[in-house]
Design a protein around this ligand. Sequence first.
Ligand SMILES: C[S@@+](CC[C@H](N)C(=O)[O-])C[C@H]1O[C@@H](n2cnc3c(N)ncnc32)[C@H](O)[C@@H]1O
Length: 191
Amino acid sequence: MRSPRLWSVFRPLVRKQFDVIAPTWDTLRGPDSFAPFERALDAVSPPPARVLDLGTGTGEGALAIARLYPEAEVLGVDLAPAMLAEAERKTPPELRERVRFEQGDASALDQPDATFDLVSHANMIPFFDEVARVLKPGGQALFAFSMGAGTPIYVPAERLRSELGRRGFTEFAEFAAGNGTALLARKGDRS
Ligand SMILES: C[S@@+](CC[C@H](N)C(=O)[O-])C[C@H]1O[C@@H](n2cnc3c(N)ncnc32)[C@H](O)[C@@H]1O
């Protein structure tokens, strides 16, 4: 997150680690692990038309968004092809027209500037510059951590607020549900 040079060293290792764990990833999840994500999702307003779920893994977040917002087009991006294969496998036929999965790196996205109304993260390292770049003005960013501060990939709310505040985000809301936490932030209209 802080050092692009270091990330280029770690990227293949992270990808490999998640490729190996992909077939069993969903069995490691508790029944409430998406409760904070869904609580924050309920507060998204207006309903998003274009959504990007970063570090989508097996697609749980992307599919939850598509079910809650029946007009939304959702793109799930992940480094690990085996995680994406699980996400594709789980996508029911009725969502296939609106939900797509693509391999990509959240630190250097292929998407143009100001493309999405919502960029979501569940248990994922945030790359703040890219989130700010691909969100439309007035769009929202969601960060959820299934086990709050006990989540292996966790960024405290104060850190999220300060990083996003420096990049023109103006409205913040925090949530707690199940054993986890989430934060929703809105990009300013002029940033
Ligand atoms: C802890 S898992 C979370 C998966 C899913 N969001 C969930 O909560 O079930 C983190 C995911 O982020 C992916 N990932 C890590 N760094 C990434 C990056 N820079 N760009 C895209 N995906 C990344 C990993 O491959 C992995 O699938």
